[in-house]
Design a protein around this ligand. Structure first.
Ligand code: ATP
Ligand code: MG
Length: 501
């Protein structure tokens, strides 16, 4: 079978107030794995949406083996075998349907439109065949809503390849996955490529790109920058192409001398994952909660923040016992949590960037007779847009029009403005580009320098080593080891995070 070549030439697309793509060229070939790389807001998702028929109003053309093809609707794209798994997995899965129905969704909808009966036995069998072809055993009769995020993603891939698929677009599939789940996904991607599927892979994790992909295309500010074989370039060169400059030291220097104990937690238990957890955070200290995906970091953060019922144990802030009954009372007591699932819990996508940024601390902007001081609100919003490098056409844009990574930054910004005593960050760098990570680390270091306490939960051990002063290693819901970061290494952290004692 000879390879098919898909080419996008000189693609330009405008949205109110922004040119999201400006004359972009992109090529993909069946049987190969292509990386699409760029900072948050560079235009990666938009380019792939053009290719999958989500927009009809672009200019430029698309060719398949030299022949011009017309792609202006999702049906067009599917006819040419272009299938997409979008960045927002939860919006594409129908939780109340079974795994089989989710996989066979396109076919089921077609049968219904043509008023054909659905042959359920055949549907379950076909879904099973697709999954076993991917060497996966996910029960096809299970409700999709009960799957883990990784399984949902695999179901979406199964859906994509259930019909004609010669090009498969994966938009940041690995962001929420654990290391093992990522390995599984890579196995499937490689096998599909071997079977002749062309894969387009978007990720902010440089090592993944070099591990998986044959070639890479870099975009910056809506423009094509360069296309290379992965063997021709180094990760640092790619970062330079992405940012248009060298990346300074990834982590700010740690200075902050510590003050008194701010947060003191004793025997915290949530009746589920979190077991008998004791920890403390001093003023000016950045304390890591490290552990593998699934070790209970998110559960611990939520328990600290009063976001789960039935928590026992004591939490003291400045020596005063807190009642962990609700996030609302946690905020009032001086805690802030940047949650992991930011799109679901962290932002209101249909509201403006400004409203989102200032929502938690509205009283800071409310004056006499409860009038909101719009000017102060706008000024603060602009400050944080600039400090976090949030790419938006204006502070009044709706958050849903921002790129995935820029939505994350808004969610982080709102809590930075919150003016708390202790800040809890749960995987704050997930889905953000390397340049923006640096900005986030800088802001966290500043909070510590102001004498705030910081809890930093992450499964990225390099970040734990880079930014924290002290770290608790979590294994299966329990701290198994406490370490001074300056005296430890990633290897040692890995040892404890995998259950070593
Ligand atoms: N429907 C829209 N309306 C207005 N602006 C849009 C729309 N879609 C995309 N944009 C703008 O286009 C730019 C590119 O966004 P895109 O989502 O393609 O970035 P990305 O490279 O995928 O970034 P990320 O890594 O954060 O996912 C952004 O500045 C975004 O605000
Ligand atoms: Mg994107």
């Amino acid at each position: 079978m000879s390879a098919k070549k898909l080419k996008m030439n000189n693609i330009t697309i405008d949205f109110p107030g922004v040119r999201a793509l400006n004359g972009v060229d992109f090529t993909a070939e069946t049987g190969r794995i292509h990386a699409l790389i760029g900072a948050n807001g560079a235009g990666k998702s938009t380019l792939m949406k053009v290719l999958s028929g989500a927009y009809g109003h672009y200019t430029g053309d698309i060719t398949l083996d030299g022949e011009k093809i017309e792609i202006t609707t999702p049906a067009d794209a599917q006819r040419y075998g272009i299938q997409t798994v979008y960045q927002e997995v939860d919006t594409a899965i129908i939780p109340s349907l079974t795994v089989a129905e989710n996989i066979m969704l396109n076919q089921t909808v077609q049968s219904m439109e043509n008023k054909h009966w659905i042959n359920w036995n055949r549907l379950f069998k076909q879904a099973e065949d697709i999954l076993s072809g991917m060497n996966l055993c996910i029960p096809v009769k299970k409700l999709a809503g009960e799957l883990t995020l990784a399984e949902k993603q695999l179901v979406l891939i199964a859906r994509a390849i259930s019909s004609n698929c010669s090009i498969l677009i994966l938009d940041e599939p690995t962001a929420p996955l654990s290391h093992t789940e990522t390995t599984e996904l890579f196995r499937i991607a490689r096998e599909l490529a071997q079977k002749g599927v062309g894969i387009i892979f978007i990720s902010h994790r440089m090592p993944e790109i070099f591990e998986l992909c044959n070639e890479l295309t870099v975009m910056r500010n809506g423009e094509f920058i360069v296309k290379k074989n992965t063997s021709e370039v180094t990760p640092n060169q790619v970062i330079e192409y992405m940012l248009g400059r060298k990346l300074e030291d990834q982590f700010p220097s740690r200075v902050s001398p510590y003050g008194e104990t701010l947060l003191d937690v004793e025997g915290l238990t949530d009746g589920g994952k979190v077991k008998n957890t004791s920890l403390h955070v001093k003023a000016g200290e950045i304390v890591g909660i490290a552990g593998l995906v699934g070790a209970g970091k998110t559960e611990l953060c939520k328990a600290l923040f009063g976001a789960v019922p039935h928590v026992t144990g004591t939490v003291k802030l400045n020596g005063k016992s807190l009642k962990l009954t609700s996030p609302h009372s946690a905020v009032k007591s001086g805690l802030a949590l940047v949650p992991e699932e930011r799109r679901k819990e962290g932002v209101l996508v249909s509201e403006s960037v400004t409203s989102n940024l200032t929502a938690v601390n509205l009283k800071k902007f409310t004056g006499f007779l409860s009038f909101i001081n719009r000017r102060a609100e706008k000024k603060t919003a602009l400050e944080y847009i600039s400090a976090l490098g949030i790419k938006t056409s204006s502070e009044t844009s709706r958050v849903e029009n921002l790129s995935g990574g820029n939505q994350q930054k808004v969610a982080i910004g709102r809590w930075l403005i919150a003016d708390a005593e202790v800040y809890i960050f749960d995987e704050p760098t997930k889905g953000v580009d390397v340049g923006a990570k640096r900005d986030i680390f800088e802001l966290i270091a500043q909070l510590a320098a102001q004498g705030k306490g910081v809890v930093y939960a992450s499964s990225e051990l390099s970040e734990i080593v880079g930014i924290t002063n002290r770290v608790y290693m979590l294994y299966d819901g329990e701290p198994v080891k406490e370490l001074e970061t300056a005296k430890t290494t990633e290897e040692e952290l890995l040892f404890y995070s995998t259950g070593g004692r």
